[in-house]
Design a protein around this ligand. Structure first.
Ligand code: PRX
Length: 699
């Protein structure tokens, strides 16, 4: 269990406004009247039924999918090991694609894709794929993978930008039973190699480069760097996106278009066992090494199918022209579940956009919504806060009249951002579903069913069907309503991660041992008198930076790998835009620190001019500590990826520790948040006084 019990990602101001929040918005009657679930009574009756007999509830949901062979037992539960739909055989790709392509929806648009760059005609490139076309493309690429010898059970890494081929890559892997391991395109070579090696991937699918905010991101070049240390990789498939020349190693590297050109468009879907792994997705935890969470086929399919259907009101015959846009990158779990698998299982039209929300202007998203008549829009609070900052004029230029439902995910949303979203984007007409879930949960766990559950700004409201969350003490005792505690889930659910790849013990220890008998989420929460859940942020050493999970230990490991760094402690500081900013307290190697101290003092004597390093002291800096800060920030971005780049680096001559040697993070968090450190922070900070607190063994 983490040493702290106070949530860390909410500022005191936000906490105060959340605790005083009493606004409540019933679902708009126009929405409810055509929704799948039309009233609170209907939600409650179905919820109560789902909790009284979860197995029957989930079995009924599962019957909407196609199974090659039915299951013989709905749940086999041996805490913490779950098997759902035991002995069932199905294929998720076939449920996403074939079911629609071979049924009534062959000509329905499955994917609308918009490129980031604006062409000479002033328009971005747009591609659409019907379900029939997607069916063909997926089969061709599945055969391409097979032609490289990739088989059921093999792990395949995917490091691509947001292109239709990325969705095709996931679906093709699922079709042949290869286990995909998508690595977010912002991760650096080291992070790729770690993930590829941990799961022993036999191939990497990538592209020459992707586009982001007007620049090219050289994906293949980064893969080439990673490949120097990934002996398990036999093949690299490269999608030509930009046409920028890349290194292609004969016998290992293949162009996507060449492979597909020689592949047949028929590739039957492999009947997969319910518990066959579908994918591995790495996520940050409280140790330096990211965990490869394993999701399996049957339960994940059913969970993402049903949550998408009810939380986003998709596959609703009253709304045949719905266009669903989840802005997440497929590199994160939100993209897996709600760009690809959930909506496609529901036969939806999915919008995919390649690039940044502020390219070429700050109204790109609103322009996309109007042009493509997006009806359901799902994004992250950090994006909403950026839109607010950019100014209402960008929003007000657009009608947004097609929207009927809005969603948020990834971090707590502050009530003011929620209200802005409701008024400026939803025009007070669209319900907002604030969806709480995690990489580990596979699908949405707590969220309002939009036609049924009244919403309160900042609350994820009530649990999804079949889900029993509880707020408890570290001993597992329920806390009274209104009090804060740890959020746990009492019963297994189909889309839960089954294990950590190659390390089942870590799975058990991380999730199932802190609060006996329950799944521990790592989040703090409070339940109000109406039974609504208010998520209060992580209670462990995991940060949430712009909706992305980042382990403090991960950043610390990267920092101490730098030759000048002796020790590092990383904490979060509340940030208006990013939710949390990354602050690193760093102690330098003794001789390095001494030389910097000397350089600083002589440069001060020189009225600020940098003192050149003496040739006798190789560790001495060429210039100030300020440039060392930059060097360390760049180093972390290079080691992990730009999302981990520290916002602040503070040098200190010692880290405050308890007598047992544990870093006193709470103290550092306070320092980082309230900026109690006086004077010029570029100089070495004196922690002597704080270090004395060691005596009290606080922690
Ligand atoms: O702290 C919670 C926060 O994001 C964490 C999960 O991160 P990840 O596995 O990367 O998945 C993000 C997308 C599902 C949670 O432990 N979180 C996610 N959604 C919310 C949230 N916090 C508050 N409200 C949410 N709606």
């Amino acid at each position: 269990m983490s040493s702290q019990s106070m949530p860390s990602s909410i500022s005191a101001q936000d906490l105060d406004s959340i605790l005083r929040e009493d606004r409540i918005f019933p679902p708009p009657p126009e929405f409810s009247s055509t929704a799948h679930i039309k009233s609170l009574a209907e939600y409650e009756s179905l919820y109560n039924r789902s909790i009284a007999d979860p197995e029957s509830f989930w079995a009924e949901a599962a019957r909407n999918l196609h199974w090659f062979q039915p299951w013989t037992k709905t749940l086999d539960w041996n805490l913490p090991w779950a098997k759902w739909f035991v002995n069932g055989k199905l294929n998720l790709c076939s449920n996403c694609v074939d079911r629609h392509a071979l049924g009534d929806n062959a000509e329905k648009t499955a994917i609308i894709w918009e490129a980031e760059p604006i062409g000479e005609d002033g328009q971005p490139e747009i591609r659409t794929l019907t379900y029939a076309q997607l069916h063909r493309e997926v089969q061709r690429f599945a055969n391409a993978l097979k032609s490289l010898g990739i088989q059921k059970g093999d792990r395949v890494a995917i490091y691509m930008g947001m292109t239709p081929e990325l969705a095709i890559a996931l679906l093709a892997c699922a079709r042949i039973g290869a286990v995909h391991n998508v690595i977010f395109g912002g991760f650096a070579a080291h992070a790729i190699a770690d993930r590829v090696n941990d799961s022993q991937c036999v191939a990497i699918l990538t592209q020459d480069s992707s586009y982001r905010r007007g620049s090219e991101v050289p994906l293949k070049r980064t893969v080439d760097e990673a490949l120097a240390n990934t002996p398990s990789v036999k093949h690299v498939v490269v999608l030509k996106r930009s046409g920028t020349p890349v290194n292609m190693q004969p016998g290992r590297d293949w162009w996507w278009h060449d492979l597909v050109a020689s592949s047949r468009p028929i590739c039957p879907a492999e009947p997969m066992d319910s518990e066959d792994p579908l994918y591995i997705l790495y996520t940050s935890g409280t140790t330096g090494k990211p965990k490869g969470l394993v999701h399996t086929t049957g339960g994940y399919s059913v969970g993402t199918y049903l949550t998408t259907r009810y939380c986003f009101d998709l596959d609703n015959p009253n709304h045949p022209n719905d266009v669903f846009w989840c802005t997440a990158d497929i590199g994160w779990v939100t993209g897996h579940s709600y760009v690809v698998y959930g909506p496609l299982q529901n036969g939806a039209t999915v919008l995919m956009y390649e690039g940044a929300p502020n390219y070429p202007g700050c109204d790109r998203f609103w322009d996309i919504i109007d042009r493509h008549k997006v009806t359901i829009f799902y994004t992250a609070p950090t994006a909403i806060r950026a839109f607010i900052k950019w100014g209402n004029e960008h929003v007000e230029k657009h009608s947004l009249a097609s929207l009927r439902l809005l969603g948020t995910v990834g971090e707590p949303i502050n009530p003011e951002a929620w209200m802005w979203y409701r008024e400026k984007i939803g025009h007070n007409r669209c319900p907002i579903v604030d969806t709480w879930w995690q990489t580990e949960t596979g699908g949405i766990m707590i969220a309002p069913i939009p036609g049924a559950v009244p919403t309160k700004p900042g609350s994820a409201t009530r649990p999804f069907f079949g889900i029993q969350p509880e707020v408890v003490t570290p001993e597992g005792k329920p806390v009274p309503k209104g009090s804060g505690g740890l959020l746990v889930i009492r019963k297994p659910w189909p889309s839960m991660a089954r294990t950590v790849w190659g390390d089942p013990e870590r799975y058990q220890k991380t999730y199932w041992s802190d609060v006996p008998g329950s799944y521990f989420t790592g989040d703090g929460a409070r339940q109000d008198a109406d039974g609504y859940y208010w998520l209060m942020g992580r209670v462990d050493d995991v940060l949430n930076v712009s909706g992305h999970r980042l382990g403090t230990m991960e950043v610390e490991s990267a920092l101490v790998a730098h030759p000048k760094v002796a020790e590092a402690a990383v904490v979060g500081r509340p940030d208006d835009l990013k939710g949390q900013a990354v602050v690193a307290f760093v102690t330098l190697e003794g001789h390095v620190a001494a030389s910097y101290a000397k350089a600083e003092s002589s440069s001060a004597a020189d009225h600020g001019s940098a003192t050149p390093a003496s040739s006798a002291d190789s560790a001495a800096p060429a210039n100030s500590l300020e440039s060392l800060k930059d060097e360390l920030k760049k180093w972390v971005a290079k080691e992990i990826g730009p999302i981990a780049r520290p916002d602040d680096i503070r040098f200190t001559d010692a880290l405050p520790k308890t007598r047992s040697g544990k870093i006193m993070r709470r103290l550092l968090r306070e320092l980082a948040t309230h900026g109690e450190i006086k004077g010029d922070t570029t100089t070495l900070e004196d922690f002597q006084v704080i270090a004395k607190l060691r005596e009290s063994d606080e922690g």
